[in-house]
Ligand binder design. Sequence first.
Ligand code: NAI
Length: 345
Amino acid sequence: MIKVAFYDAKPYDKPSFENCGEPRGLQFRFLETKLNEDTVELANGCDAVCVFVNDDVNAAVINRLYKLGVKLIALRSAGYNNVDVRAAFGKVHVVHVPAYSPYAVAEHAMALLLTSVRRIHKAYNRTREFNFSLSGLTGFDLHGKTVGVVGTGKIGRIFIDICRGFGMNVIAYDRYPAEDSGIAYVPLQELFRRSDIISLHCPLTDDTRHMIGADAIAAMKKGVVIVNTSRGGLIDAEALLEGIKERKIGAACLDVYEEEANIFFEDRSGHILNDDLLSRLISMPNVIVTSHQAFLTEEALTNIAETTVSNILSYFEKDGVCDNELCYRCGNIERCKKERKERCF
Ligand code: NAI
């Protein structure tokens, strides 16, 4: 039996992981708590830990996991900005799920955008109270609008296809533009200047943190709609709020928030929210917040469980080489991964 401490377990995680992992020799220790320095001891006796986006896998946690004899950190997410992969080098291997349903995220981005520009969230509440007035519900056509897509990887490209289906003009920025993709790449500043809608689909890195800040917002069109289904840290939320209060930003659709770690994924309805910035954003009529829900489809949950279980099994049972292992020696995690034929260490 391969023992796996499964942190931040939610009711919707358990069935897919149990069905997929237990018949194949994995034994899960489901833990409701997140992984951090205070909870790392709960992995004692386990061969691997399975973590999600808000587990804090910093250097101290990794050192403790190493001392406990944990061999593998299995992320059940694509993003890995919450894992100090450099600190893991030489100690604990890290695998992730590079793609589980890019459609789920891209479709959620479009759902948020449509909800916002057609005021569906307002209409839903009104008709439930038999208020059939249309005042204040005027939207705008997406057809003919320019959407700027930042990050043209798996999710960004599907979102581009969806936007093209709506007859939108697509421009994009990517640090590594995809050659021969037919995508109209422009510099980031030009994208900010020209876009009616901006949708973020790049990872959170030191380079991308707060890429939407006061300067970027100043460069944007008045009335711009910003969609973020990627990572909260891409946006400086204080600058976003200022942009909304100044009527510069027309709407914001946020599935992620920089300080979401201790807020999202839980029912906080009976509590006073200790985050004034988020409270203020949610109070705005032109802000829609979902709590990191973009991935949450049946298809994605099944794919996440299957890939995570395969990652763990390939690490422990085969020659230890896993295509989805992150390579942290050279620092060029994505490119190196494609070239690597053996374990990083
Ligand atoms: P991907 O790796 O296929 O694509 C990322 C793209 O961003 C690549 O084309 C890359 O070249 C580009 N990029 C890297 N650095 C950049 C920079 N400095 N500026 C502009 N572009 C840059 O990743 P995928 O699968 O499309 O996911 C995108 C992001 O979506 C993930 O990093 C993750 O944070 C987020 N995500 C959110 C989910 C949710 O439930 N809200 C679920 C899954 C992913």
